[in-house]
Design a protein around this ligand. Structure first.
Ligand code: SAH
Ligand code: DHB
Ligand code: MG
Length: 222
């Protein structure tokens, strides 16, 4: 068992369950051409997020960390025609690539990319009347995850689903000697999630084409 096997299994599933997809394939090709790092979710993970958002019946989705818009396309496709995805991205260059990829996917009307530091964008949303989001995907700088959770809860309602990416980091989450900022931020995220009585949270490890990592999933209660 090794990374090569994990990759082969992801390819096996992706070939059979997703296949060629012009919008998604274009998004990855254009992102690579623009020099973006290929740290997007894997295709089978993107489809998992898409299915979760559909199961939830989401009409308003918030994403923190757009990159080239790959996960945004999966999430926006889960929305009804009048649904909205708001995706927060620090880099104007990444946002420009994402906007083009989302337009190519025919989803421009359903997606708004807000550039700037995500904490600032979240605080700006909190400063004005903003309807709650039904589904939230947190996938930016992990050092800020606990702060994101704090803001996201104020933009949520009972029933909101919150998924955070990359919470395992090749096992580093459980290595007490690892004090790197992202890993420390992830631990604070779990501490906050576990301590909040309104929240039910679990985390599942994943292996695959993106290595060994995992998702945390939270249901907001009353
Ligand atoms: N969700 C994407 C991948 C996101 S990668 C996908 O799966 O397709 C993480 C992104 O978060 C990068 O584009 C990075 O520029 C952005 N980011 C990092 N720190 C940020 C911050 N403080 N505010 C907003 N975006 C940030
Ligand atoms: C990194 C970020 C991600 O969102 C991801 O899925 C993988 C890696 C990173 O910053 O290294
Ligand atoms: Mg990620």
């Amino acid at each position: 068992m090794n990374e090569q096997t994990w990759h082969a299994v992801d390819d096996w599933f992706t070939e059979r369950l997703i296949g060629a997809d012009d919008a998604l394939d274009n998004a990855l090709a254009a992102s690579a051409k623009a020099g973006l790092r290929s740290i997007n979710v894997a295709p089978n993970q993107g489809k998992f997020l898409h299915l979760l958002a559909r199961i939830q019946g989401a009409k308003r989705i918030l994403e923190i960390g757009t990159l080239g818009g790959y996960s945004a396309i999966w999430l926006a496709r889960a929305l009804p025609p009048d649904g909205q995805l708001v995706s927060l991205e620090y880099s104007p260059e990444n946002a420009a690539v994402a906007r083009a990829n989302i337009a190519h996917a025919g989803l421009a009307e359903r997606v708004t990319i807000v550039t700037g530091l995500a904490l600032d964008s979240l605080d700006a949303m909190l400063a004005e009347p903003t309807p709650p989001f039904d589904f939230v995907f947190i996938d930016a700088d992990k050092s800020n995850n606990a702060h994101y959770l704090d803001r996201v809860l104020k933009l949520s309602r009972p029933g909101t689903v919150i998924v955070a990416d990359n919470v395992v980091r090749s096992g580093r989450i459980a290595d007490d000697a690892d004090h790197e900022a992202d890993v420390a931020g992830l631990r604070r995220y779990f501490e906050k999630a576990a301590a909040d009585e309104r929240l039910d949270t679990t985390a599942v490890q994943t292996v695959g084409s993106k290595g060994w990592d995992g998702f945390a999933s939270t249901l907001v209660g009353a």
